[in-house]
Design a protein around this ligand. Structure first.
Ligand code: 5GP
Ligand code: MG
Length: 178
């Protein structure tokens, strides 16, 4: 499928499924060699990262654990702006080698907040793997350690990413047609 209509919008293929699978394996291979002899704790960020997390996890041959968290945001009643919190972090990450698995780094707001929260719990190391990265949209000095693909700052769906809850099951990544 080169184009797909979801709700009221048309999207076109940006990254094909076999390219995604190949890139995920490459990242897995890199992590396997960089973390040799260590027990990695992967933290997948729900919902968007669930497919990337599953595929990346399958390519890991280290001793490792996986757990899933959610970063919720809500608008504060005060003018200080959006507040966030981390849900589902049941593992003790102190002294652990942690790799966050995220779907997209866009403005970087979410990852800046999450990495700050996790770092305050004193992990041995903390790295970030993101399936896609929109460098042109980034607002913070944040550099993801493992990047699947750098993409333009336009809206994407597929491979876990939704448009108003639909489109997560698409095997390719699509971009909004303009
Ligand atoms: P940030 O905090 O970096 O601006 O955005 C992070 C979150 O916004 C991502 O984890 C993702 O859930 C959502 N997001 C950002 N860009 C896109 C996009 O192009 N498509 C979809 N479906 N979600 C996006
Ligand atoms: Mg996300």
């Amino acid at each position: 499928m080169q184009e797909v209509i979801i709700h009221d919008k048309t999207f076109r293929v940006l990254i094909e499924a076999d390219k995604i699978q190949q890139r995920v394996k490459e990242i897995g291979t890199q992590i396997n060699s960089e973390y040799k002899g260590k027990c990695v704790l992967f933290l997948g960020v729900m919902n968007g990262a669930f497919l990337f997390a599953a595929d990346l996890f399958k390519s890991i041959d280290l001793e490792c654990e996986i757990s899933f968290i959610r970063v919720s945001s809500y608008s504060g009643t005060e003018s200080t702006g959006a507040m966030k919190n981390v849900l589902g972090l049941n593992s003790n990450i102190e002294g652990r080698d942690v790799i966050i698995i995220e779907d997209i780094v866009d403005t970087g707001d979410t990852m800046k907040y999450l990495m700050h929260e996790l770092n305050s719990k004193n992990p041995a190391s903390l790295k970030l793997a993101t399936m896609v990265f929109k460098p042109a949209a980034l607002k913070h000095p944040l550099k993801p350690d493992y990047v699947g693909f750098e993409v333009p700052p336009d809206f994407l769906v597929g491979y876990g990413l939704d448009y108003d809850q639909l489109g997560r099951n698409l095997n390719d990544i699509y971009i909004l047609k303009t």
